[in-house]
Write a protein that binds this ligand. Structure first.
Ligand code: NAD
Length: 478
């Protein structure tokens, strides 16, 4: 796998090499170059120059064509992207083929279509005698790109989440400097190759590799030439980036961590709730920000639910590893902590043995816990692994209170057949997205983001275009 920076239309591999590891086997997958502060500075400068060149004058139709060309380019190299995404993350290749790569293609196409259908606004104001002329004034608002935007992506859905930001940023006419996670530099490099082949002017899209704190991420987010930062990652990193951004009052859009709740009412279709919670807790081994880690089940069906979910977890096969040895250690430390805190381990709780090369990889068992108080660290802190804690509740009021008793507020799931209850409960749950009787179904036009420690701002459809551009009011005396 080739890992390279892409700056001002040229691929480069300068910078101290850092190791990239295959999480399925623990073996080396090569090295990637870490961008120096000077290289990040050249990327920001190249992006600024691109805005002063022809890119700054492109219209929406031309930018939409560019986005479709990028989507075509990913489509043409679909198998390579799927292989690289599976290699980067260790997830089953089928997941990359059915989720990551198709969604990256859709991200570019969706913003191309949205862009050309977007209305501009005009307002007429009658004459007021305030020097506006006999005919009053005509106001209109035009949207102008932010300028140079930094895109910082995490390792858990590397291609999907990076393209989810790069597509609207380019659609809105910005120039981009993107940094993938140091754990997953593969598909980002392929994306740069596709952008290069799509014929974008040099500097419109730049890619730098490296670490966050003390590395390319920090160089980028503290750079005075960056006009906006779109970041997905951990909440603590969001705090660090916001501190860096504060020096230059750089606007931020943050998609951060979660400790997502599922509420299962006694009137729910229990089979669907169990299957849905198994999916929401264990998909991609729990390494999706939207995964459920707290499950609250109404008391009459609590025992039955726990037993069924435990059986599902124990029967799971074909799952992927944790992204790294360090992340596996973190997840296992929570498995130990849960027991110290007094949890009952219903299923899992350790490291699986496969009897093959995967035993050197970074796998952990899908785990179901019960018996902890709401104050336990295991119930409050994001673990980001295939684990959930199940606790009982009695009343609807209590269910809402428990769901909201968290510093996070990214996503929640409500399982009930009672329509009125669903509509009563959903808006009261403090989360950016609440699913009822389903999980992780995404329409790309809908607002996406978190409340509390789970994020700032919304992405998705118009909401991303709103972040990546600023309305300017032009007022003409007529
Ligand atoms: P992370 O915060 O450790 O890293 C994310 C990115 O930020 C990486 O590219 C990293 O190099 C960079 N970074 C780290 N420190 C930085 C700094 N000081 N300055 C600039 N950049 C810095 O997150 P991760 O471990 O890669 O991803 C997992 C986290 O992301 C989880 O908390 C998960 O919930 C969250 N996440 C949230 C969403 C969402 O949509 N809300 C989606 C996916 C992941």
């Amino acid at each position: 796998m080739r890992y390279a920076h892409y700056v001002s239309g040229a691929f480069r591999s300068d910078g101290d090499p850092f190791p990239v590891t295959d999480p399925t086997s623990g073996r080396s997958a090569g090295t990637a170059p870490a961008a120096s502060e000077a290289l990040v500075d050249s990327a920001v400068t190249a992006a600024r120059e691109a805005l002063h060149g022809p890119w700054g004058a492109t219209g929406t139709e031309e930018r939409a064509r560019v986005l479709h060309r990028i989507a075509d380019g990913i489509e043409a190299r679909f198998a390579e992207f799927a292989e690289a995404e599976a290699a980067d993350t260790g997830r089953p290749r089928e997941f990359a083929e059915t989720v990551d790569v198709p969604r990256a293609i859709r991200n570019f196409r969706a913003y191309a279509d949205l862009l050309t259908g977007r209305p501009e606004r005009a307002y007429t104001t009658p004459a007021t005698g305030g020097g506006s002329g006999d005919g009053g004034v005509l106001n209109y608002a035009v949207r102008r790109p932010l300028g140079v935007v930094a895109v910082i992506a995490p390792w858990n859905l590397p291609l999907l989440l990076m393209s989810w930001k790069v597509a609207p940023a380019l659609a809105a006419g910005n120039a981009v400097v993107a940094k993938p996670s140091e754990e997953t530099p593969g598909t980002a490099t392929l994306l740069a190759e596709v952008v290069d082949a799509a014929g974008l002017p040099p500097g419109v899209f730049n890619l730098v590799h490296g670490h966050g704190q003390g590395g390319a991420g920090e160089f980028l987010t503290s750079h005075p030439g960056v006009d906006g930062i779109a970041f997905t990652g951990a909440s603590a990193t969001g705090t660090a980036i916001m501190r860096a951004a504060a020096d230059h009052l750089t606007p931020v859009s943050f998609e951060l961590g979660g400790k997502n709740a599922a509420l299962v009412f006694a009137d729910a279709d229990l089979d669907a709730a169990v299957a849905g919670t198994a999916r929401s807790s264990f998909t991609h081994s729990g390494q999706i920000c939207l995964c459920t880690e707290r499950v609250y089940v109404q008391r009459p069906v609590f025992e039955e639910f726990v037993a069924a979910l435990g059986r599902k977890a124990a029967a799971l096969g074909g799952y992927g590893p944790m992204i790294s040895a360090a992340h596996r250690s973190k997840v296992l430390s929570y498995y130990r902590l849960a027991v110290e805190e007094g949890a009952t381990v219903v299923s899992g709780g350790g490291v699986p043995r496969f009897g093959d090369g995967r035993d050197e990889g970074f796998y952990v068992e899908p785990t179901v816990l019960t018996g902890l108080p709401q104050t336990a660290r295991t119930v409050r802190e994001e673990i980001f692994g295939p684990v959930c804690h199940v606790a009982p509740f009695d009343t609807e009021e209590e269910a809402v209170r428990l769901a909201n008793d968290s510093p996070y507020g990214l996503a929640a799931t409500v399982w009930t057949k009672d329509l009125s209850r669903a509509h009563r409960v959903a808006p009261r749950v403090e989360a950016g997205v609440v699913w009822v009787n389903c999980w992780n179904v995404r329409d790309l036009r809908t607002p996406f983001g978190g409340v509390k420690a789970s994020g700032i701002g919304r992405e998705g459809g118009e909401h991303s275009l709103d972040f990546f551009s600023e309305p300017v009011n032009v007022c003409v005396g007529i």
